[in-house]
Design a binder for this molecule. Structure first.
Ligand SMILES: Cc1ncc(COP(=O)(O)O)c(C=O)c1O
Length: 364
């Protein structure tokens, strides 16, 4: 049985809170009608999401998580052998989706601040069918400035589809979010991807949506599988929208916990990227993060970097005590202790939007 509150489950960027009482009550009520099919097509959920996102109804498509919507986009708009431009590293799903759709992946390494190399992505997009921009990015949590995204979209060819992945957008300050309605009006090749898995804390229900200009959305809506979105999804989204104030409080608690963890890591000499999401990213250094965080479920990367989801206060304590234990390792671990101590270099204080420059070999 999965536990809602396991403080060591820090590898999937899940929400550390169990569903809100109103959401749980609505789900329990809806379970009583599980003998019935849901809506043939998710038109009621579409209307609800459109109103909330401030876009016309015919701009919304629904899927089994943002992952499901991404797959709908690739199935509807690509042919085997087409190119897809991805940052490296990126959300683990994208290389899998590309493989399923039999696309050829063009990897563009992140820059040394953990940000997308937008200029290189524009060059690569010139002969690609799809380009993916995550804002904030996973795994680094960095956020491309609004003006840079605008300039980027202007330079992408009109027949290249842009997946603008906003899986973590609710963690971003409102004045740093794009206005989806305005973007869709100007860029008919953009699909904005969002999910209820992260800030809304409904990863287990698998609800995601895409926003696109009506023509593109119509092509994607044609891919909606009959009875494909469970009734629970409508019920949970309606209850969540009705409890926005409580959700905002939870988001505030998670971002406060992220600030706390980043500062404590900084005090311990550990640099992190400027994450605007519900996780922190520690680039590879001389520290063997795999050993340091051995008892925790965190996401390790082949180059030695690690991504840690923000959990409860208990989770933060577990992360910091694992680090503390490594820094104070006894004599038989003298070698790694020396390496750890050597790595304790001052890093810029993680405040505001200050960027942390990563070691040259940390990414890529
Ligand atoms: C950037 C990004 N996009 C999409 C997803 C997929 O989310 P979902 O649970 O809605 O499929 C994730 C999940 O971790 C993610 O990090």
């Amino acid at each position: 049985m999965i536990s809602a509150l396991d403080p060591s489950a820090l590898s999937l960027n899940e929400n550390p809170f169990a569903p809100l009482p109103a959401v749980r009550a609505a789900l329990i009520r809806s379970a009583g009608a599980a003998n019935r099919y849901p809506d043939f097509l998710p038109t009621r959920l579409r209307r609800l999401v459109a109103q909330h996102a401030g876009v016309p109804e015919d701009s919304v498509v629904l899927g089994s998580g943002a992952s499901g919507v991404a797959m709908q986009v690739l199935s509807a708009l690509t042919s085997p052998g087409d190119r897809i431009v991805l940052s490296r590293p990126t959300f683990d799903g994208y290389p899998i989706f590309a493989r399923i759709a039999r696309l050829s992946t063009v990897d563009v390494p992140l820059d040394h601040y953990g940000r997308h190399d937008l200029a290189a992505m524009i060059r690569a997009a010139a002969d690609a069918r799809v380009v993916v921009l995550c804002r904030p990015h996973n795994p680094t949590g960095t956020l491309e400035p609004l003006a840079d995204v605008d300039a980027f979209l202007q330079r992408i060819p009109a027949d290249t589809v842009v997946l603008l992945d906003e899986a973590y957008i609710e963690f971003v300050a409102p004045n740093q979010r794009i206005d989806p309605a305005a973007v869709l009006r100007r860029f008919p090749n953009v699909v904005v991807l969002r999910t209820f898995s992260k800030a809304y804390g409904l990863a287990g229900l698998r609800i995601g949506y895409g926003l696109a200009a009506p023509d593109l959305a119509a092509t994607l809506w044609d891919m909606q599988v009959p009875f494909g979105i469970p009734a629970d999804c409508l019920v949970a989204v309606a209850a969540s929208y009705g409890a926005e104030a409580q959700l905002r409080q939870r988001i505030g608690a998670i971002t406060a916990e992220r600030r706390c963890l980043r500062s404590r890591l900084w005090e311990a000499g550990v640099a992190t990227t400027d994450s605007q999401a519900n996780f922190v990213y520690l680039p590879a250094g001389v520290r063997p993060w795999r050993d340091v965080f051995a008892g925790l479920q965190v996401r390790h990367y082949p180059d030695g970097a690690v991504r840690i989801t923000i959990g409860s206060r208990e989770s933060t304590r577990m992360v910091l005590s694992a680090l503390g234990r490594a820094l104070n390792a006894p004599a038989d671990a003298r070698h790694s202790r020396t390496r750890l101590a050597a790595a304790r270099r001052p890093a810029p204080r993680p405040a505001g939007s200050a960027a942390v420059r990563l070691p040259a070999r940390a990414l890529g």
